[in-house]
Design a protein around this ligand. Structure first.
Ligand code: CTP
Length: 403
């Protein structure tokens, strides 16, 4: 994924054992398309060598305020000019204290003070240093100053203790950085999504389900969270990581999914968005047996009953939220997708032709709304999810303007 294509990121490294994770972070940022300039404090360079970052980024590493390689002698200003973000990972307790006080006694702290781009810091320290009231005061101060604090995580520490203070994993920091760069077009809104299949039990070990990886729903939950929405993801059984910043509620059956969605939407707000991505089983066994069904009979007849259509029910509520549905069809996409939009009274339907099977990382979709159909360029599911979020925002703005 090219999430950071065309972006320049300054990566600051201060003196903590977690500096070794910064090498992985640099690699991930470059893999995502960024140009990365590394700035190390003297203590940072004690933990990981300059040569490592030079080799990873293919660019010089900066350490001193008075670096002669900077023609105008203004490394403290030039490095962050035009940068998209400055990320300090790891950020020690001492460095956070410096930021809180606005001190500028080395290149990295001076860059932080003189920057004109967002600053994100990933604290890394022993749990007692983290819990110390002085550190907590400083963290609250930098948060109030508009600096994003990523983590820390809880777990085993380099000193052998267990607790809060561990730096987030490189992947999580990269994820948060990418999210911070997305436009906050859903700020102040709530998004409730369903994703994955449902599983309708037949006996203690068997059930009816749909083929669904949940990837599209999870990508959309991530895109909504990146856009600033408060996101609840009601998920059927899938093996996917919960996107950061998303509240996930696990369910198994369609009835549980419906009850969970209804209870989240019970305290409905005018700005809510409901996006039904789940492949809900249309039918469930009329009754599940308490014990395993044994083979032996020559044939078995299952009696099924219909599950409720969660999306249609929500869309027909008085003061219904803005409702988005999905239509995965094997033919006549426009007819079926548009038919579902009208029949279920939806604001938007995302349609796709299931040709190459389900569960891949890429997708190709067409959006259907009151103004017609809009084909999106094919792409990975996150890129498509972000485009869907943009389309939803445009429709919401038009709705606002016409009300
Ligand atoms: N959906 C739902 N509850 C159901 C069935 C579907 O919320 N019981 C939602 C899906 O999450 C999706 C949309 O409705 O957003 C379309 O689902 P789909 O199964 O394709 O449509 P159906 O109306 O069930 O039509 P069919 O199975 O006949 O194609």
């Amino acid at each position: 994924m090219n999430d950071l294509h065309g972006r320049r990121i300054v990566l600051g490294i201060t003196g903590g054992v977690a500096a070794y994770k910064a090498a992985e972070l640099a690699r991930l940022l470059i893999k995502a398309g960024a140009v990365v300039d590394v700035v190390m404090t003297a203590a940072g360079a004690q933990f990981v060598g300059v040569a490592t970052f030079q080799a990873l980024t293919g660019r010089p590493v900066w350490q001193a305020l008075w670096d002669e390689r900077m023609a105008n002698g203004m490394a403290h200003i030039d490095l962050t000019r035009g940068a998209d973000a400055l990320v300090v990972a790891p950020a020690t307790a001492d460095f956070i204290a410096k930021l809180a006080q606005g001190r500028a006694d080395d290149l990295l702290s001076t860059l932080c003070l003189a920057r004109d781009c967002p600053l994100l810091v990933a604290p890394a320290m022993n749990r007692q240093m983290w819990q110390n009231p002085a550190t907590q005061r400083n963290v609250a101060q930098i948060g109030a100053d508009g600096i994003a604090v990523l983590g820390p995580a809880s777990g085993e520490q380099a000193c052998g203790e267990v607790g809060e203070g561990r730096m987030l994993e490189a992947q999580e920091i990269a994820y948060d950085l990418i999210a911070s760069l997305q436009p906050k077009i859903l700020m102040g809104r709530r998004a409730i999504l369903t994703a994955g299949p449902t599983f309708e039990p037949l006996d203690p070990v068997r059930g009816l389900t749909n083929s669904s990886s949940g990837k599209m729903g999870y990508a959309l939950a991530r895109a909504c969270a990146e856009a600033g929405a408060e996101v609840t993801l009601v998920s059927g059984p899938v093996s996917l990581m919960t996107p950061r910043g998303v509240r996930r509620v696990d369910v198994q059956t369609a009835l549980q999914m419906r009850e969970t969605v209804k209870s989240v939407l019970a305290g409905r707000r005018p700005n809510d968005i409901f996006i039904a991505v789940a492949a809900v089983a249309d039918f469930r066994p009329k009754s599940a047996t308490e014990h395993k069904i044994k083979k032996g009979a020559a044939a078995l007849t299952l009696e099924l009953e219909a599950n409720p259509d969660i999306l249609a029910e929500i869309a027909s509520l008085p003061d219904a939220p803005f409702c988005v549905g999905f239509a995965a069809e094997s033919r006549d996409l426009a007819t079926y997708a548009e038919g579902k939009r009208v029949a279920k009274k939806l604001d938007l339907v995302v349609g796709n032709l299931v040709q190459d099977g389900l569960g891949g990382d890429d997708n190709s979709v067409t959006l259907f709304d009151t103004e017609g159909s809009h084909a999106l360029p094919p792409g990975d599911k996150l890129t498509i999810a972000r485009a869907i979020v943009r389309h939803i925002t445009n429709l919401l703005e038009k709705n606002c303007a016409s009300n």
